[in-house]
Ligand binder design. Structure first.
Ligand SMILES: Cc1cc2nc3c(=O)[nH]c(=O)nc-3n(C[C@H](O)[C@H](O)[C@H](O)COP(=O)(O)OP(=O)(O)OC[C@H]3O[C@@H](n4cnc5c(N)ncnc54)[C@H](O)[C@@H]3O)c2cc1C
Length: 106
């Protein structure tokens, strides 16, 4: 799902440390204090709580979008745009919206 969104946006994927620790994604994608620091134009955090150690790697981002089911998730305080919702519903809708936008540009 995240790979689909990244493909449509021409973006790279990244993850939090626990996601790399359990082997869902490679460690070179883990962002934060003990991982890499990124400075993209757009950082979309889907289902990431926003721990200080993670934020250390993303606060150079130009625009931060946070998708989280928990309206109290700390990441919302660092977000330019926030969506309170289930990433499994929101991300596929974003993919469709980006596809539709690109189709209208063609
Ligand atoms: C010394 C040290 C260094 C560390 N370095 C790093 C580091 O470099 N990078 C890093 O990332 N972490 C690092 N950590 C770990 C950090 O403290 C956090 O534990 C970690 O960032 C939490 O990862 P997470 O947000 O993926 O998971 P969680 O904290 O478990 O958060 C998951 C979030 O997903 C939300 N959620 C769940 N289901 C859905 C859904 N379906 N849709 C939308 N939202 C959903 C929840 O509400 C929650 O906010 C370090 C910790 C220590 C002690």
């Amino acid at each position: 799902m995240i790979e689909d969104l990244a493909k449509e946006l021409g973006a790279a994927t990244a993850c939090s440390r626990p996601v790399a620790d359990i082997g869902w994604r490679p460690h070179h994608e883990h962002v934060g204090q003990t991982g890499v620091a990124v400075r993209p134009n757009l950082y979309i955090a889907a289902g990431i709580s926003g721990a200080i150690q993670h934020l250390a790697g993303v606060n150079g981002s130009k625009v931060i979008v946070v998708i989280n089911t928990d309206p109290e998730a700390p990441f919302f305080k660092a977000a330019d745009y926030g969506i309170v919702g289930d990433a499994f519903e929101v991300v596929p809708k974003l993919v469709e919206a980006v596809k539709a936008f690109k189709a209208n540009q063609a």
